[in-house]
Design a protein around this ligand. Sequence first.
Ligand SMILES: NC(=O)c1ccc[n+]([C@@H]2O[C@H](COP(=O)([O-])OP(=O)(O)OC[C@H]3O[C@@H](n4cnc5c(N)ncnc54)[C@H](O)[C@@H]3O)[C@@H](O)[C@H]2O)c1
Length: 385
Amino acid sequence: MEWRTERPGVTTVTDVFPGLPKTSGQPRNPGANSTPNGHEQVVFCSDERSGLYAIIAIYSTALGPALGGTRFYPYESESAALADVLNLSRAMAYKNAMAGLDLGGGKAVIIGDPSRDKSEALLRAYGRFVQSLGGRYYTACDVGTYSEDMDIVARESRYVTGRTPAHGGAGDSSILTAYGVYQGMRAAADHTWGATSLSGRRVGVEGVGKVGHRLVGHLIEDGAEVVVCDVDERAIERLRALYPQVEVVDDQAALTASDIDVYAPCALGGALDDDTVARLRAKVVCGGANNQLAHAGVEKQLADRGILYAPDYVVNSGGVIQVSDEIEGFDMDRARSKASQIFDITRRIFTIAAEEDVPPAVAADRLAERRMSEVGRLRGIWLSN
Ligand SMILES: NC(=O)c1ccc[n+]([C@@H]2O[C@H](COP(=O)([O-])OP(=O)(O)OC[C@H]3O[C@@H](n4cnc5c(N)ncnc54)[C@H](O)[C@@H]3O)[C@@H](O)[C@H]2O)c1
């Protein structure tokens, strides 16, 4: 499961359904009325005929309509799905705020096995629920959903991004996700070694799927040495066909114990746990995966060991920058130029973290909360039509 984040402020099922055993979490939603548990709105969507069972969570619309992808996943239970969507929608609010977008945070999950349960009828039923929210929530791709699926959802709803280029969409968001991670890594290199190039540095990339393999491309072009691991042999073969010079190690433990300068988690969440931090030899952590910190306090452990952590939702915001550009009418040059700013934003976070003597993850949360609260207040001023 990917929903093991337990950072402060992370929502648990029990916050919404108090009868369930409590695990962790304190709500906070600086820009919105806090119900339930910091979320503005949580919608359960059921369509028996198509077999759709989905949950749409809107954490905040303080900065604008909530944008976040649709995860199609065979959750073990409804409560696991709910916990995941609440955590993910909150993270989207922070990501969109830090990316400087006029967008709030939301997310959706469809409960089921995408390889078995996905159908046109189900996706269209889902699209009708998205449409019913009247633009308060824009959807996009996530684990288990693809641009082609968004084309189908868009047949029932205007509030869809991440469609195929053939339908005016931004297509595969991993292009600018990887580009943004690379920009964040340049900022981290500058902060650590006083040079924005990764040339001559040894970078360990965990997971060489859509984001990871593109990140490897940027690194090699910049002159870095790259070492990778992936649980899927086909992903390694695809990468090796493109970049035969890349070194491959067995697994994440071997990668993080090896002599690397930068560790780039680009697989699933929770990569940074106590064991990984203890053995990590890298000076910088900067990767594309969501929810990299396995539990609260890991950000401090990293800081105590002198390892610079580039906050995940800051450096992986290139994808949301790419798909959100569709709302204006997609233009790759404009989206890429916005994603370039991840370099400056990451650098600013490192500076604030040093000035305020807090880990970068805390500095990023503070900045995001400030923007949500300040702009949220501004948007509270009623404008006549
Ligand atoms: N695609 C995007 O635009 C985007 C945007 C923001 C964040 N992310 C996050 O980036 C991460 C990667 O996304 P993606 O789109 O590249 O997914 P993907 O499924 O294409 O790639 C993930 C890769 O990680 C590998 N992997 C899984 N478990 C592993 C393990 N234990 N050790 C090593 N490798 C492992 C998989 O085999 C796969 O090749 C995810 O956490 C995702 O949520 C993606």
